[in-house]
Design a binder for this molecule. Sequence first.
Ligand code: NAD
Ligand code: 3PG
Length: 527
Amino acid sequence: MFKVLVSDPLSEFGIQKLLDAKDVQVDRKTGLSEAELIDIIGEYDALLVRSQTKVTPAVIEAGTKLKAIGRAGVGVDNIDLTAATNAGIVVINAPDGNTISTAEHSFAMIMALARRIPPAYKKLIEGEWDRKSFTGVELNNKTLGIIGLGRIGAEVAKRAKAFNMTVIAYDPFLTQERADKLGVKFGTLDDVVTQADFITVHTPLTKDTKYIINTKEFEKMKDGVRIVNCARGGIINEKALYEAIVSGKVAGAALDVFEQEPPVDNPLLKLPQVIVTPHLGASTVEAQENVAIDVSEEILHILRDEPFKNAVNLPSIPANVMEKVKPYFELNEKLGSFIAQIAVGGLKEVVVTYSGDLNDIDTAALTRTTLKGILAYHLGAAANYVNAPILAKNRDIHVTEQKSTYGGGFNNLVTVTLKTSQEERTVAGTLLNGYGPRIVKIDGYSIDLVPQGNLLLVHHNDRPGAIGRVGTLLGNNDVNIATMQVGRRDVGGQAIMLLSVDKEVSPDVLDTLGELNEIKSVTQIEL
Ligand SMILES: NC(=O)c1ccc[n+]([C@@H]2O[C@H](COP(=O)([O-])OP(=O)(O)OC[C@H]3O[C@@H](n4cnc5c(N)ncnc54)[C@H](O)[C@@H]3O)[C@@H](O)[C@H]2O)c1
Ligand SMILES: O=C(O)[C@H](O)COP(=O)(O)O
């Protein structure tokens, strides 16, 4: 039974799939302090949050069973991604579910700012009929500057066009083609800052976007510009914004997000030109259902070891690539595990070579899986698909990927070479259509092995009686041989035997096997 902790308020309807799952127990405990979360997180396989729960390195360290953290929303700045990745925990978000709600909220803020609705409302309910203090401005024919033209920015642009605004956008990933499609002017940050009557930001908070609007940018703006932030506190420098409003440069600001949430003694909240909401961009029935549904479904996939999407700490694999690489995951992981079990010495370098059908597709996910197979043999469950590259990097294990047109007669061939402090070993495998994975080469010896169960790899001299002695010894010790293959390079030279046996062979029997005449080494492998 998997245990999932929901530590922020999530739509009950949205998490219904999790609640209904027979293999999942869901606990909902909101408003926990960091210490309270640390106390209980060790019981859980997955954690579901919105933006309130701070998933700190200490929480992640205490979450010894955690396999996944799901963010029912977009921004993952409340989750320590580095700590999660190092711990091998997948972090997923729900990037699409709240786009429309947040775009609508941003537009509501633009309109409320233009027509000064919140202060007018406040005065009226306080008993004053004041019609002269709240003269607004039209949006018609004004220029809206958008910084960050992603999902939400693009939806805001569409709405602004409907209000007959000119839209100018800055986004380093924006192409002229996409700008044309959306009917927006393609600009630099400077263009947006100098030309806009309203400026709205829709980027994530990163080291590049932190304070992207600061004193210097305010100085370049048109007098009477209006500023909107429904993305993240810290994209606009609040201190610089305060000064720009007080100086009269900025006519007003609409803020849904703050550098510190909830804001404490924030002077912006005292300015009549500033309107605020408490991080409500995604707070609609629809958005909350959407994000909770998305994240619940993906958490179930992760817990059940099924393919999942929207991981923020894993490279995304396009569907057309996934379709091609998916059948190879098992082969690559088995090759990794096999080579790790036969190689002696400290791991130094891994080279994975893809040939034949695999020559021209993106195989990065397969290399990651191979690495997981190698490291999991040494580190157990502490190594997984998420943290394998970082574990390798931290241990100075150099990983490279190569492509080759030569498949040695196979339609597809994956060759893994492992260099250690003592030796270099090579194992190659293929995926036989309709028959699954096969290991077809070990250190240059050709074989045909189904990579599963208990195996014995014996290096011996190619002399009469060597094979018989091994069979007799195993039989005398009640070890049944299911299959056996022999490979040699030259008659009478070095050779290998690969046996699949019905049970694990005891260390004593392995030692005795190793002492038999003509036997050079015996390695037990479990796949
Ligand atoms: N207020 C809320 O409740 C609420 C709700 C949802 C999302 N958000 C926030 O809104 C933001 C945008 O969300 P989205 O779904 O549109 O994300 P998105 O990834 O679709 O779009 C972000 C865009 O920002 C652009 N960008 C990145 N760095 C930039 C830079 N230095 N300069 C200019 N543009 C840059 C990216 O290229 C991308 O196009 C996120 O920060 C998210 O957390 C807030
Ligand atoms: O990044 C997001 O999705 C928004 O900031 C929404 O945050 P919330 O889930 O706390 O409303």
